[in-house]
Design a protein around this ligand. Structure first.
Ligand code: SF4
Length: 66
């Protein structure tokens, strides 16, 4: 699983980092720190995606799945 944050949509609330600091880092807006999300963090990342107030976290389609 790969995710990205659309910077224009992020309001920097910090929810994603609070939920999964292993993957997200928030200063003025959120950044994804990893290339691929490890399986052990998937659930937390999905929770962050669902809980993000603006829906700024998107899953990136993996090339292997095409
Ligand atoms: S939860 Fe969404 S809006 Fe909040 S910091 Fe993370 S990406 Fe930005």
């Amino acid at each position: 699983m790969k995710v990205k944050v659309v910077e224009d949509e992020c309001v920097g609330c910090g929810y994603c980092e609070a939920n999964c600091p292993e993957v997200f880092e928030v200063d003025s807006c959120s950044h994804v720190k990893v290339d691929t999300v490890l399986d052990e963090y998937k659930d937390k990342v999905i929770e962050a995606m669902e809980g993000c107030p603006t829906g700024a976290i998107k899953e990136v389609e993996s090339q292997e799945n095409k």
